[in-house]
Design a protein around this ligand. Structure first.
Ligand code: GDP
Ligand code: MG
Length: 598
């Protein structure tokens, strides 16, 4: 039957180990994409992915492969992101597959996300095929990499496929091994339909497009379907697969991975992880969905023009269809007006959301400084859940703060142990264990505050270890810490969106950093602007933005009206991402200075 000839697999790896490039070679060797259409990392089709050279979104492609046994197989390949911030994309991809290609860079060996992605694959009961990539590099060490896969990841690696995605060596062998080593989908064609929604996006003509994996039964155009959790019913108007362009089909059967259009306009009814069944002959139960993702950091998003608040809401809803890890709820700020408190899996995720809102939805927004979630205990016994520092109205009423801690795992060549210990301890990291992975690499474990990991830790780690360190972390729980809320006053007025929560030991250092940085990013105005950092009523640091010396228009004395207009336009463009707070114009960067980012 056709089912025996289907192979569904994800490509998983640590970032930069070559997932997307291997996907390129597979598409090329199977003639799925012609030479003329081929470009590097072809599945990274979003602008942001191409500019940053990383995969952000999962991508599901159908292709055909004629194997040495003379039979033609249908592969559904799902490329996934490697960065920790997008592990939610990976976990959803895996639930749509029977197997995973585990890519390991032969010059880098096993890294932190190699391990965490294998755990995700094992949780989903997948066949794992180890693939050692970049064997063309002079620094490639295949034997050591095999040993690491066995010792650290704990799966047999003797039989690993050896490839170079750069030269295409070994890729034909890889295609054969996908056929022989990954199991076909279970034959549940005669069962009632269950199809898992693993992703979705909004198309302005078609409405919501669902990406599904059919686990049992057959779906056809014209079928009446029910989403089992939301209980909503729709008619299938169109279905098909991506190869990588959309190809329409009349049906998707058990084992297939494809898209469904059903005239869905009410976005709020759609949840990834929901199960599609037939309204007439429903399945008894829904498939196991996904764990909700837990945001790690929160930030406010505000429209620069307050009248755009409804557009922002609609855009966030549409974006959430394609980014299931994003959360948001309305909030108000004295300084910024109406906006949303948004939750993200990390700062890269946060930056990507900001960029997608601006590019795909053409919005001008201000994003406030990110904050983790705190538990705050007041003297009167009340407990506050705080993901925005301005929720603490009166610091003098706070008895204790608790903050999230993580278990952090750092893999690094042993020559850098000293540097790692130094920067980690500076971030309030508490040493747990150290283990030699082989002759020259170690795994260090630390407990440390999540807020410190987010605050530049990874960048410092990378730069102090020449890029060799890899990091993985997960929340371990909440612990009491000696924290305070720091306010920022512009022109004597506290600006709620600029407050932050900091450790008492670093109050004066951080206060100074913030006021100095703000001084450089807030443009000069007609008057002098004092900037102060304060704990309660105590000022801990101050600086001043001097006033303009000259009026810009004074230069255009006389009649040159076009020049005058040009200057005004230039000023306006410069204001694009500025928000008037009281009488002070504050640019986007100001909010990021709080977190030491820019
Ligand atoms: P991903 O993050 O796992 O998707 O990795 P990419 O496919 O984006 O590759 C990361 C980098 O490694 C890119 O610069 C690729 O050109 C490079 N690369 C991938 N495979 C190979 C290979 O086999 N040999 C060499 N020398 N470079 C490779
Ligand atoms: Mg990639």
């Amino acid at each position: 039957t056709r089912l025996k000839h289907i192979r569904n697999f994800s490509i998983i790896a640590h970032i930069d180990h070559g997932k997307s490039t291997i996907a390129d070679r597979i598409l090329e060797l199977t003639n799925t994409v012609s030479k003329r259409e081929m470009q590097n990392q072809i599945l990274d089709d979003m602008d942001i992915e191409r500019e940053r050279g990383i995969t952000i979104k999962l991508n599901a492609i159908e292709l055909e492969y004629k194997a040495k046994d003379g039979e033609t197989y249908v592969f559904h390949l799902i490329d996934t992101p490697g960065h920790v911030d997008f592990s939610y994309e990976v976990s959803r991809s895996l639930a749509a597959c029977e197997g995973a290609l585990l890519i390991v860079d032969a010059s880098q060996g096993v890294q932190a996300q190699t391990v965490s992605n294998v755990y995700l694959a094992l949780e989903n009961d997948l066949d794992i095929l180890p693939v050692i990539n970049k064997i063309d590099l002079p620094s490639a060490d295949v034997e050591a990499t095999k040993q690491e896969i066995e010792d650290i990841v704990g799966i047999p690696a003797d039989d690993s496929v050896l490839v170079s995605a750069k030269t295409a060596v070994g890729i034909p062998d890889l295609l054969e091994r996908i056929v022989t080593d990954i199991k076909p989908p279970e034959n549940l064609i005669d069962q009632p339909v269950q199809a898992l929604i693993f992703d979705s996006y909004y198309d302005s003509y078609k409405g919501v497009v669902l990406l599904v994996r059919v686990k049992s039964g057959i779906l056809k155009v014209g079928d009446q379907i029910t989403l089992m959790n939301s209980k909503k019913q729709y008619e299938i108007l169109e279905l098909g697969v991506h190869r990588p362009a959309e190809v329409k089909r009349s049906e998707l059967m058990t084992g297939d991975v494809g898209f469904i259009v059903a005239g869905i306009r009410d976005i709020s009814e759609i949840r990834v992880g929901d199960t599609i069944t037939l309204t007439d002959n429903p399945a008894k139960s829904s498939l196991e969905g996904y764990r909700e993702s837990n945001p790690m950091v929160y930030a406010g998003i505000y429209p620069i023009d307050n009248a755009k608040f409804p557009n922002l809401r609609e855009s966030l809803e549409k974006l959430k269809l394609n980014d299931a890890a994003l959360t948001f709820e309305p909030e108000t700020s004295q300084a910024l007006g109406f906006g949303f408190r948004c939750g993200f899996l990390g700062l890269l995720h946060m930056n990507v959301v900001q960029e997608r809102l601006e590019r795909e939805f053409d919005l001008d927004i201000i994003m406030t400084a990110p904050s983790v979630h705190y538990q705050v205990f007041l003297a009167d016994g009340e407990e506050l859940q705080v993901d925005n520092p301005s929720q603490i109205e009166d610091l003098s009423k706070v008895k204790t703060f608790k903050e999230p801690f993580v278990d952090a795992t750092i893999m690094v060549p042993s020559e850098f142990i000293g540097s790692v210990m130094e920067i980690t301890q500076n971030k309030r990291g508490e040493y747990q264990t150290m283990e030699y992975l082989d002759n020259n690499r170690v795994e260090l474990k630390y407990q440390m505050p999540l807020s410190e990991i987010i605050y530049n830790y990874f960048d410092e780690l990378k730069s102090r270890t020449k890029g060799y360190a890899s990091l993985d972390y997960e929340i371990s729980g909440y612990r009491e810490s000696d924290l305070v809320k720091m306010d920022v006053l512009l022109n004597g007025e506290p600006v709620d969106a600029l407050s932050s929560i900091v450790h008492r030991d670093v109050v004066s250092v951080r206060g100074k950093e913030i006021v100095e940085k703000l001084k450089t990013v807030i443009p000069r105005q007609q008057f002098e602007i004092p900037i102060q950092a304060a704990i309660g009523s105590k000022i801990v640091a101050r600086s001043t933005v001097k006033s303009y010396r000259k009026n810009v228009l004074a230069k255009c004395y006389g009649g040159d009206i076009t020049r005058k207009r040009k200057l005004l336009e230039k000023q306006k463009a410069g204001k694009k991402r500025m928000k008037a707070i009281g009488s002070v114009e504050v640019p986007q960067e100001a909010f990021m200075t709080i977190f030491g980012m820019n």
